[in-house]
Structure formats: C-alpha cells, structure tokens
Ligand binder design. Structure first.
Ligand code: FES
Length: 104
C-alpha cells in the first residue's frame, strides 16, 4: 500500500528531505531521476540523519561519520548493517512510499 509522504515540489535534489508518512521518520533523496527512501535514524547510536551529508550516493551520518549508500541503505564498511529502505515513486506530483516494502 502506497502512502503519501510529501509533495514533489518539496523534494530537494542532491540532498536529503525528511518526511513523516504515517508518523514514521523517513529520509528521501532524489538522485538521477529516482527517489530513494530510507529510515531516518542511524543504526549506530540512533542519531537523526536529517543533517547527514550526501556526496554522490553516499550519506554520512553527522554524529560519527558512518556512511551508507543511499541506493541500497547498506553501511559501506559492513554490508550486513544498514538503513531500512522503502520503495518510493512519484505520481501526479506526490511522493509515495510503500512502508511495507511492496513494489506493486
Ligand atoms: S549515530 Fe550515526 S554514526 Fe554514530
């Protein structure tokens, strides 16, 4: 089931945008025409990634510099650790997120 996250006009390009579909903190990144959605809290010590720095596809946590690939959610130093990822799409000017991970 797709859930409204934010209007497309509020989505930044090349940096992170926070949204709260159904009260869940999500980070959105628009890159190369695609929208990526990941959980907003770092799996290290729970810092908010709302102030994270995006360099290419790499998101760097502002607290202790852990880095994640925004396209996969994986921690670059240990792929078994990562951010939760969610399917995302834009439809009629709305950014929609599937909080259950379904793509249909
Ligand atoms: S809380 Fe993100 S690196 Fe420590």
């Amino acid at each position: 089931m797709w859930t409204f996250a934010i209007n497309e006009s509020g989505l930044r390009t090349g940096s992170v945008t926070r949204a709260y579909p159904k009260g869940i903190a999500i980070l959105l990144v628009r890159l190369n025409g695609a929208v990526h959605a990941v959980s907003s809290n770092c799996p290290h010590m729970g810092c908010s990634l709302g102030g994270a720095i995006l360099t290419g596809t790499i998101l760097t946590c502002p607290c202790h510099d852990w880095q994640f690939d925004i396209t996969t959610g994986k921690f670059v130093s240990a792929a078994e650790i990562g951010l939760e990822t969610y399917p995302a799409k834009i439809e009629n000017g709305d950014v929609l997120i599937n909080l259950r991970g379904e793509t249909q």
